[in-house]
Design a protein around this ligand. Sequence first.
Ligand code: F6P
Length: 321
Amino acid sequence: VRRVAVLTSGGDAPGMNAAIRAVVRTATHHGIEVVGVRRGFSGLHRGNLALIGPRDVANTIQRGGTVLLTARSKTWRTPEGRALGAGHLRAWGVDGLIVIGGDGSFHGAHALQEEHGIPVIGVPGTIDNDLYGTDHTIGYFTAVETALDAVDKLRDTGASHERIFVIEVMGRHAGHIALEVAVAGGAEEVFIPEDPKPVDGVVQIVKDSVAKGKASSIIIVAEGFPGGAQGVADAIEAGTGLETRVSILGHIQRGGSPVSSDRVLASRLGEAAVYALMDGVRGVMVGRENGAVVHTPLHETWEKRKDVSRDLYRCAKTLSV
Ligand code: F6P
């Protein structure tokens, strides 16, 4: 392997820069050149490629977002778009492509390898933590901290006004962020897509809370739960008459300086991605499970579903008495 390319794709996640840096520096350490692709697959089919070296990634490990920029590309979903991208990679003499992103990005990477034989390695970069084949994804830990900080602040105002706060967190179709934040934030109830229970149950929970002397309540809802936070809030107001406010945290959860766990995970997986290509491995995502690097075929990362921690879900319930 003499030259590898790297790109970030899909929603940005804190720690992506640490992953890019790890790829560049591991490759450099082993005498391999790195081509940086700007704007993900969108930049790849347009030919936004340039050589990058270790100094180009200096002072980036602590920065949120991605210095390579990212995009969600419609053109890449077409065979013509992928053929253009493959042409650019060949013209640059690239021996393998490292894709830092989520399942949509891995679909695109998989198709590129299938159709054009270019070896690809995926690095899990998404706040959603929804990829099979790794205990955690890069960006998840930071997103949880950011959401938790917001929950703590909303609790202050909720308690002062004796209101119910229904807070919606990101996660796409998964409830990992919601569940973690619910337990860490001491929420009364949590709604996740993995358990699409009827919302009317929350009415009794809130009534019971009031009867137990709780003046305010925090309810966490994952964006993927049917009806979202607004649906839950409407049910509470209709069923209890209590003053309820909705707060949708949104994209703030994707920003900010990555916490140490994300930086270290990104450093390890960026390194592992280069080693995989050097070892002739292709078509896998590098992840970490139980403290060790593991390789999972790209298609399994989206075909197999990573469940939320059922223990933690039970814990959330138990602790809300
Ligand atoms: O996948 C990351 C994520 O932030 C999801 O949690 C969310 O559903 C989605 O991306 C939002 O995407 P966009 O930035 O395109 O609005």
